[in-house]
Design a protein around this ligand. Structure first.
Ligand code: SF4
Length: 173
């Protein structure tokens, strides 16, 4: 099977601190009416190369199916677009690494979302998913999940090259 390359889908991996080490491809049908958007994959997702198959993802899928059954709604996971705001496993717990990875992955995510049904909704889970859907960092620490309409997405953030620090002049002896 051909390996998924996020760069072919618009990701700026060349500028990203995660350097395409563990990209977990999104999955789901085109023109889906709903998207589950997480933050970034965990170790289980990386192992299986599938999003939302770790403990949290499995719990969410169980709750979703129970909710669908209770409300007599037929929307199984196979009909949902499942993805993350950054496709690679975090290397550190640093917020600046997370923000830059989400910004570098944003063009790729936008392309995916534009393939959803025009009336689709996005269920964003986790603070970096919130950031990816709003470009806002304010209040991000308190965030857990929210629903966003595809029609109301903010612009994709621009990512600039990092400037290398100038070398200190050597002291003359
Ligand atoms: S997180 Fe996204 S932009 Fe960064 S290396 Fe992985 S796929 Fe590329």
């Amino acid at each position: 099977m051909k390996r998924y390359d996020p760069r072919a889908h618009g990701a700026r991996c060349d500028l990203c601190p995660r350097k395409m080490q563990t990209p977990v491809p999104p999955e789901g049908p085109k023109r889906a009416m709903l998207c589950w958007l997480g933050q970034d994959p965990g170790k289980n997702e990386v192992k299986q190369l599938r999003p939302f198959v770790g403990a949290t993802g499995t719990r969410l899928a169980g709750l979703w199916e129970a909710g669908c059954e209770a409300n007599k709604v037929a929307l199984p996971r196979s009909q949902i677009w499942v993805t993350n705001s950054a496709l690679c496993l975090p290397l550190t717990k640093s917020a600046s690494e997370a923000k830059r990875a989400v910004d570098c992955c944003a063009p790729r995510l936008r392309k995916e979302l534009l393939n959803l049904h025009p009336s689709a909704g996005i269920l964003a889970m986790g603070k970096w998913a919130f950031y990816a859907m709003t470009n806002k960092l304010k209040g991000i620490g308190k965030f857990s999940g929210f629903f966003k309409e595809l029609k109301k997405l903010p612009p994709v953030p621009e990512v600039k090259e990092k400037k290398s620090k100038p070398r200190k002049k050597e002291k003359k002896t």
